[in-house]
Write a protein that binds this ligand. Sequence first.
Ligand code: PLP
Length: 502
Amino acid sequence: MRKTDPFGGYFFHQGKSGLSAYEEAVRLTKEMLMAEVATHLTPYSGKTPLELEKASQNLMLVSQKGEAINDVLSDLQETILHHTVRVSHPKNIAHLHCPPLIASLAAEMMISVLNQSMDSWDQSPSATYAEVEMVRWFCRKFGYSLASDGIFTSGGTQSNYMGLLLARDHFCQTQFKWDVQTKGLPREAHRMRILCSENAHFTVRQSAAQLGLGEEAVIPVKTDEDFRLCLKDLDKKLNQLFEEGLFPFAIVATCGTTDFGSIDPIARIAERAKKNQLWLHVDAAYGGALILSDRHRFKLHGIGEADSIAVDFHKLFYQPISCGAFLLKEGSHLQLITLHADYLNPKVDEWEGIVNLVGKSTQTTRRFDALKILASLRIVGVENFGKMIDHTIDLANEVANLIKGIPDFEVITGTPELNAVVFRYITGMGDVDKENQLNREIQQSLLQQGSAVIAKTSVHGKTCLKFTLLNPRTKLSDVEEVLQEISLLGKKLTVNKSDIAG
Ligand SMILES: *Cc1c(COP(=O)(O)O)cnc(C)c1O
């Protein structure tokens, strides 16, 4: 006899087969994750790339008939889960890579089950309006008027790209009466310039390249001793550009550089942008979260003057990857990039007041990621978000002070404005090349031991170590232990080296 619903156990639906299969999958997955997290005593298992590559070789022995979910889950746990970097461990302090809030994990379940697609209203009826409301909420927070608009993005990369895309098209429209979307780049495009600090994110250069302006269109402005954009140099560079007959059209201010968490003087930059009719894009991928902190919000002073803002929720807002937003002071500027597809967002929809978000994005099919930050804000509460952020900044300052007092170390960041601390292990011999090698080896050894996951970076030719203290559950004692390990490793590796040399 033929089964009436042969695929019923593969999908989530109201029938008995769907409900029970779903329930079992969720229960088993939850049990596996809870068992897995119980083994996470260190932030990484310590497996080497070679070991992982070898262990992965049997992953794709796909069977024709399918396997029991339990068997597959055990294999995945053994081969993959156990050797992931454990983002919620307090000693995972390397990158802008956050532990996700439980509220957002609940929302993620809903997002994938409901599987709304944010491109057209008929694929995301209520979700469209939820995203619109979420965007409005953030626009208001950043001081934008009702004329503002925005869209959820995959993160800072896409948001920065969109900011510069609109800046480019807006400039060509107003300056040359040229529509880039239909005609391509104008002849003058090779003379267009973007300014940003030399510590701005690499995606500014990447965007310039993708926008047909070339990386050399990005003019790096010097930074001060705290790695913030230097206004004097900005003025100098601007004058030079105008004198050379070039067209500076955009400034990117960074609110929280990826390495140092330093925040450019946004209000003062905004004055210059206004005076010279430049588009101001604020890359607040990292620091935008300060908007929720009563103690640190003042650091974003002037951000409401920006023409566009990039904010990431998968960093200091503790959301699962990916989740970000692009916010725009003048929502009407989005028309510069809106294309109309008959099957998704025909013009007649617009006349009838139907909102199809596809016209505001550089993506078509898009996840309902707005739901997770919405649920998190409501469940956790704005005040608690603020407290968590404050805690991480306090911790970063305590750690910076602690490191200053230890002769084995040199601190590179001054006073942390966010929660990054950059420093290096020093031998006291002043041999920079040797110390660079040593710091590299320290970072790698910690990862191989699995005892701490920290980052490395390079500052003025010096290899440095970096803590990004995003996790509000990381305590000073955790960081103290990591520092002790670094000291020990530094000494051990120095001795090994002199052995070899001798
Ligand atoms: C992380 C980051 C980006 C890139 O954002 P993604 O979310 O990784 O695409 C851009 N700018 C800054 C300052 C960042 O910290």
